[in-house]
Design a protein around this ligand. Structure first.
Ligand SMILES: C[S@@+](CC[C@H](N)C(=O)[O-])C[C@H]1O[C@@H](n2cnc3c(N)ncnc32)[C@H](O)[C@@H]1O
Length: 257
């Protein structure tokens, strides 16, 4: 039976690769690498570097495929169908890779940025392929250090306060309002700096871009003061590198020392 490892590789720092992940890398015959175009070339390179650093050369194959384009213009009620179509298009590609590129007794792996459990569609896609029934395989999941863990570690703070809840959400949702009953909110996938809307509230922000990489930028402080600074730094960094990945924690009603 074919085997698949879904391996969390950490969110940017190659030293975030766990011993369990290295063991899974070494037990893999075929790595599937989805190329997401020019701007994400750096992320594909980071995966290649990990293989070079930890796996015996010549002991594995790398199969590259082009990731389907996602309709990012689709907003509002069109958003979910657009994501659904994109996921199915990805499932078609993954299904073909597994059935054509992986031998019956071989192990394949998908290297997932951060942790596979957080804002990543690989597990859902593999379940969709299994449900279609055309190709059989088993899969396991190796957890990774998520960008959320990396963010709070770099800022030397926790995610929640004593016995309090924390919510992880997207920029799109934050733009609709702060969640009720939660004072600590982590925001990912925010292309539009949704935090701007809350500059008049008593909120601290802990922001990080390219966390764990040589380009890492960290900014923290009261939102009213740090927010405009982050917008400026973010725009410059995005311009310079051509892409940006950033995450932040909003802490409402912070206790100030
Ligand atoms: C598609 S999600 C994948 C999250 C990933 N599975 C994880 O566990 O971190 C991509 C988002 O993760 C965040 N992200 C990933 N890596 C990051 C990094 N090195 N620095 C800052 N944010 C990062 C950004 O919010 C980005 O928009």
């Amino acid at each position: 039976m074919r085997k698949i490892h879904v391996i969390g590789i950490g969110a940017g720092d190659p030293e975030q690769l766990t011993l369990q992940a290295v063991r899974a890398l070494r037990g893999t015959d075929v790595f599937f690498v989805l190329d997401k175009g020019e701007v994400k070339a750096d992320l594909v390179r980071a995966r290649r570097d990990m293989l070079d650093a930890h796996v015996e050369p010549g002991s594995y194959r790398v199969v590259e495929a082009r990731d389907p384009e996602r309709d990012r213009a689709a907003g509002g009620s069109a958003y979910s169908p657009a994501v659904g179509d994109w996921r199915s298009a990805r499932a078609d590609i993954y299904e073909r890779l597994i059935s054509e590129e992986l031998g019956e007794e071989e192990s394949g792996a998908f290297l997932v940025w951060g942790d596979p459990a957080l804002y990543d569609s690989t597990l859902g896609i593999l379940d969709e392929i299994l449900a279609r029934g055309a190709v059989a395989f088993t899969y396991d999941v190796v957890p990774g250090i998520s960008s959320v863990s990396a963010l709070v570690a770099r800022h030397r703070t926790g995610l929640n306060r004593v016995a309090g809840p924390v919510q992880i959400t997207t920029g799109r949702r934050l733009a609709e309002g702060l969640p009720e009953g939660v004072d600590d909110v982590v925001v990912m996938l925010d292309a539009h700096q949704a935090f701007r809307r809350y500059a008049d509230q008593d909120i601290d922000i802990y922001w990080g871009a390219y966390i764990g990489t040589p380009d890492e930028i960290l900014v923290s402080g009261p939102l009213a003061e740090a927010g405009p600074r982050i917008e400026r730094i973010r725009a410059e960094a995005r311009e310079r590198k051509g892409w940006i990945m950033d995450t932040y924690l909003l802490r409402r009603n912070p206790e100030r020392g």
